[in-house]
Design a protein around this ligand. Structure first.
Ligand SMILES: Cc1cc2nc3c(=O)[nH]c(=O)nc-3n(C[C@H](O)[C@H](O)[C@H](O)COP(=O)(O)OP(=O)(O)OC[C@H]3O[C@@H](n4cnc5c(N)ncnc54)[C@H](O)[C@@H]3O)c2cc1C
Length: 453
């Protein structure tokens, strides 16, 4: 597989680095004189909905969110270069969101703490033109909300978010119905209602299975303030030193993974193990956890790691679920699916949120320069054309560990042009290289050119 070298002008996709990663000026895709200003409705204000609201800020639009925004789960999320690149374009305030840059990754034995491998993190900004950053989810979400709802350096337009606005129906011609009977007619309806989507069924062909199935694994998610870990001599040695580390500690059929977030003030933990959750069939992310069962499961870990588990705050259980297959349609009529509603994925590539942000960027470009609203369904088909293979491949890659590529190579083949990645460095290259803004811009231009011929 070709490589991305920091010193090479040519990227692994054959593009010239200076051209492909050249920053696109803010608001580049805002309506120009003669363009239609679209009236857009977004269902759901998670990462996908908020990023899309920011990407389409120049259009008049409303975001409908059924919650009152108090429910972003306490855990961390990593944003890879392919997503950071989009956030930069959206004038996201990185400084305020307080992410952490990773210095090294370690594999340690979860029972003995013996270090099996240490890998220093490459300079991703050098390699891919944008950083790899770790956030507290609430910090990322809050800053995305600000990006959408407060004036940015280069635009004073802001999105209107309706909270406690449960959407109960949508139609393919653009109608959104709320729980209280209010109806809105929109030029485009963007469905970003998450993994348990109610509206993806409007878009996919009948017979396509939208249900999510338990995979047999679950994870306890928790946070511990770094201060608490440093105060205790039993846990201090695991966290001391300047380097920001991601550590993976397998122990039999269990695995403890941790990394810092919120400027290093918090450590984020995921303890992965076989699923033994009883009940909560409809819940995925925030299942109440029994501390007693959690501590019992942690007895397979080294006593110092058990001491870490004993300090867990905000303990939640996450049931790892996925669809049987990636979707074969993302858009129909005036309606388009994005984020987890379109492509829920397991955490093995850390790309679920990143794909939502790429979707947002693609829509921002492909819904620009619209001269007649009749062109909207065609533009949404272009979104499907651009995104379908990329997100299907990511769903499949995410279903197994990065060291298990052989298990999915035949299933993923139809969705990947070029060589298949088969080790972490190759996955990085496959995942991080694309610049969705430029890819969408080029697709739009080439479709416009062929329409003129
Ligand atoms: C524990 C965990 C760790 C993860 N780690 C990573 C990571 O490191 N990197 C990464 O890239 N991804 C990660 N992901 C995946 C990533 O978080 C998701 O892919 C991403 O949050 C999906 O965003 P979304 O906006 O599509 O969905 P959601 O965040 O689920 O948002 C959907 C929104 O729609 C609202 N809604 C639903 N129905 C309605 C309705 N009828 N009317 C109005 N509003 C409605 C919901 O209230 C919600 O706010 C992780 C996921 C989990 C669970």
């Amino acid at each position: 597989m070709p490589t991305n070298s920091a010193h090479s002008e040519q990227l692994s996709n054959g593009r010239l680095r200076s051209e492909y990663y050249e920053p696109i000026p803010p608001n580049y895709f805002a309506p120009k004189p003669g363009d239609e200003v679209l009236n857009i409705g977004i269902v759901g204000a998670g990462i996908a909905g908020l990023a899309t609201a920011s990407a389409l800020l120049q259009s008049g639009h409303h975001v409908f969110e059924r919650s009152c925004f108090a429910n972003e789960i306490g855990a961390a999320i990593n944003m890879c270069p392919n997503a950071s690149r989009v956030l930069s374009y959206l004038e996201f305030n990185f400084h305020r969101a307080r992410p952490v840059t990773l210095d090294e990754q370690r594999l340690t034995d979860g029972r003995t703490l013996e270090v099996r491998r240490t890998q220093f993190t490459p300079d991703f900004k050098d390699l891919y033109g944008a950083p790899f950053l770790l956030y507290h989810r609430a910090d990322l979400h809050n800053e995305l909300k600000r990006t959408a709802t407060e004036p940015r350096p280069h635009t004073s337009n802001v999105a209107k978010i309706h909270l406690s606005a449960n959407v109960v129906d949508i139609s393919l011609d653009g109608e959104i119905s709320l729980y209280d009977g209010t109806k809105y007619m929109k030029d485009v309806v963007i469905v970003a209602d998450g993994i348990s989507t109610r509206f993806a069924s409007k878009v996919v062909d009948s017979g396509e299975d939208l249900r999510i199935y338990p995979t047999g694994s679950m994870a306890y998610r928790f946070l511990v303030p770094a201060e608490k870990l440093m105060e205790d001599p039993q846990t201090r040695h695991l966290f001391e030193g300047e380097a920001m580390k991601m550590v993976i500690s397998p122990a039999g059929d269990k695995r403890l993974v941790w990394y810092p977030c919120r400027g290093g003030e918090l450590q984020n933990f995921g303890f992965f193990l076989p699923d033994d959750i009883e009940g909560f069939e409809d819940e995925v992310w925030s299942i109440p956890a029994s501390r007693e069962k959690f501590m019992k499961a942690s007895t397979e870990l080294h006593p110092d790691l058990q001491a870490v588990c004993g300090k867990a705050e905000d303990l939640k259980l996450w049931r790892l679920c996925s669809r049987k297959k990636p979707l074969s349609k993302l858009a129909r009529g005036q309606v388009v699916l994005i984020g987890d509603a379109a492509h829920p994925m397991l955490p093995h590539q850390g790309q679920g949120g990143a794909m939502a942000i790429e979707d947002a960027a693609a829509l921002g470009v492909l819904l620009s320069g619209v001269r007649s609203k009749d062109a909207i369904p065609e533009r949404l088909q272009q979104f499907e054309q651009l995104r379908l293979k990329r997100v299907a491949a990511m769903v499949i890659f995410s279903s197994v560990g990065q060291d298990e590529a052989h298990r999915i190579k035949d299933i993923v083949r139809p969705f990947v042009d070029g060589p298949l990645p088969s080790c972490p460095a190759e996955y990085h290259m496959y995942n991080f290289t694309p610049n969705v803004l430029r890819d969408a811009m080029e697709l739009l231009e080439s479709n416009q050119n062929s329409a003129r011929l």
